[in-house]
Design a binder for this molecule. Structure first.
Ligand code: J2J
Length: 536
């Protein structure tokens, strides 16, 4: 059975096909078109995989999953880190039309449970190095909570549940049939601003276009050697143009577990990396490393550094070409679709001061005031967008969709932007109730709801505070019935299985918080109140 999603209206689908954006080809093309390419597609530590091997190993796993009773149209929960198995699994699932959610490795029980509840997966593929699956008992707990799971494969285990064994077992002649190109290929994760993390259905057609067009804009080719140091499952490192862009172009992906300079600089030198993607804090730490070590020599092969995911200050942007000796490209994207790039031939001024322009001529982007009326060029307001790779609705979320889209199908991303005469966007702020902690997104409401579950918490409001490195950190304002310390709060949230990056960086207990008429914390008033307090 196909996964339900909000389709593009027929007239749009027709236009996107006519213009060649939608090819009606599955994402499996990316790897299958290169099945005879002997060059190295992927490097993971001491292991390297040719295109032929990547294709073969993913077919092996696909066949093994069918043998185990996994069926086309099933959903899967995948929880792997930055390793080759992540990609082998991704392509294996695509090859048999199984639709995964790829949780980030930093996610914990709270997040993964929320995803599993929404998709009722029949399949779990996870890494035993993650504490959620570190032993049989932990896995049992997980499977008991999610009764839909019938098949479990684990990386790092032996025996019948071994992912490695399933990958190595030759496929034989099993026929593998991917899902239809106009249907959901997999779910992306929303940064979120609501109580439950939302899922974004991405179709083969729309995602494939996003990758193809990104490759054109960013000049990815068979010569591209890309370091993937951000989480492999993130939309940015997967599709802008990311690892999938590299595979499509026939280049080489080198994996790093994180963007730490001591890890990445030697990898760049060793593998002659010419492009990579970072979030602003990581770029800042790379600059710091260069100045401390007194040399950027290890980065000599690097031609292009993409920076996105959070606001990049012009001051930091200007330092990148000067001190790293490579070109900068700003990327302003979202897992929901729309991606903006500064162009490789843009002036330094534009690259330093703007977040680029939409990549597709049929990306419709306009700026709305609070009454949803269009604002003139240059004025700051809400980003509204629709286009051939921007989704039309969160998975199973009719209520939220009613407010996230206008009546013409334009998605309101919650970003406050201005667009200049040349169509270039600058991100000016945010309206959504989210904290962008150096690229990692925290939905305030999700954490507030969890804080509220503490017996001594009467009211809770989570807001962002400025941070010199991360840009933003989170601060929980609490009204409590008994004294509470930050450590107590953090321990409590951890016990609920909340990912580390979502734990409040600061906790401030106050006598009272501004409330709305229905007794919820009034976030707008709270932010005003904080600003006034900071000003005095
Ligand atoms: C300011 N804010 C930015 C930027 C994203 C490419 C790049 C990034 C993402 C991503 C992505 C920003 N300056 N340059 O999916 O394909 C904030 C905005 C946006 C939200 C989306 C891609 N780049 N942002 O970050 O889904 O608030 O995707 O709406 O994680 O990040 O977050 P996410």
């Amino acid at each position: 059975m196909a996964i339900p999603f909000t389709p593009w209206p027929d007239e749009f689908a027709r236009r996107y096909r006519e213009k060649g954006y939608w090819l009606d080809r599955p994402l499996t093309d990316i790897i299958e078109n290169q099945c005879e390419n002997p060059s190295v597609a992927l490097v993971d530590g001491a292991r390297s995989f040719s295109y032929t091997q990547l294709d073969q190993l993913s077919s092996n796993l696909a066949a093994s999953l069918l043998d185990r009773g996994v069926k086309p149209g099933d959903t899967a929960l995948v929880h792997l880190g930055n390793n080759a198995e992540f990609f082998i699994t991704f392509f294996a699932l695509l090859k048999i039309g199984v639709v995964p959610v790829n949780a980030l490795f930093s996610h914990q029980r709270n997040e993964v449970d929320a995803y599993a509840v929404q998709i009722s997966p029949t399949l779990l593929i996870a890494d035993q190095q993650h504490s959620l699956y570190q032993n049989a008992e932990a896995v049992d707990h997980f499977v008991t909570r999610h009764a839909s799971i019938r098949t479990v494969l684990l990386l790092g285990t032996q025996g019948s549940q071994s992912l490695t064994a399933a990958i190595e077992q030759p496929a034989g002649g099993t026929e593998l049939v991917p899902g239809p190109a106009d249907q959901v290929a997999f779910f992306q994760l929303s940064g979120g601003s609501t109580g439950t993390p939302k899922l974004i259905p991405r179709t083969h057609n729309d995602y494939y276009y996003s990758i193809r067009r990104s490759n054109e804009v960013c000049g990815f080719s068979a010569q591209t050697r890309y370091l993937c140091a951000l989480p492999a499952a993130h939309n940015y490192s997967m599709s802008s143009p990311g690892t999938l862009g590299v595979f499509l172009a026939g280049g080489c992906v080198v994996l790093a577990s994180d963007p730490d300079a001591t890890l990445c600089f030697p990898l760049i030198e060793q593998h002659q990396i010419n492009v990579t993607a970072l979030v602003p804090p990581a770029a800042s730490l790379w600059l710091q490393a260069i100045s401390e070590w007194g040399s950027n020599q290890q980065l000599a092969s690097l031609r292009l550094l993409q920076v996105g995911g959070a606001r990049l200050s012009p001051a930091l942007a200007a330092r990148i070409p000067a001190e790293m000796g490579c070109q900068l490209q700003q990327v302003f994207g979202m897992a929901e679709g729309l991606v903006n790039y500064t162009r490789l031939d843009d002036s330094p001024e534009r690259i330093i001061h703007t977040q680029g322009k939409p990549m597709c001529p049929d990306d419709e982007v306009w700026v709305a005031d609070e009454n949803n009326n269009p604002l003139p060029t240059g004025q700051v307001g809400r980003l509204m967008t629709r286009g051939p790779y921007t989704f039309r609705g969160y998975f199973n979320s009719p209520e939220h969709n009613a407010s996230a889209f206008d009546q013409n199908g334009f998605y309101c991303s919650g970003d406050l932007i201005a667009i200049d005469e040349a169509g270039y966007i600058t991100v000016q702020g945010r309206e959504k109730d989210q904290i962008n902690r150096g690229g990692e997104k925290i939905a305030a409401e999700e954490i507030e709801n969890l804080l509220q579950r503490h017996e001594s918490v009467v009211h809770a409001g989570l807001v962002s505070i400025e941070d010199p490195l991360l840009g933003e950190k989170s601060c929980a304002y609490l009204v409590t019935s008994a004294p509470l310390r930050a450590v107590d709060i953090r321990r409590f949230l951890r016990s609920l299985g909340v990912a580390d990056y979502k734990l409040p960086d600061r906790v401030v207990c106050v006598d009272a918080l501004p409330l709305t008429a229905v007794g919820k914390v009034d976030k707008k008033a709270l932010r005003r109140w904080m600003a006034e307090r900071d000003a005095t």
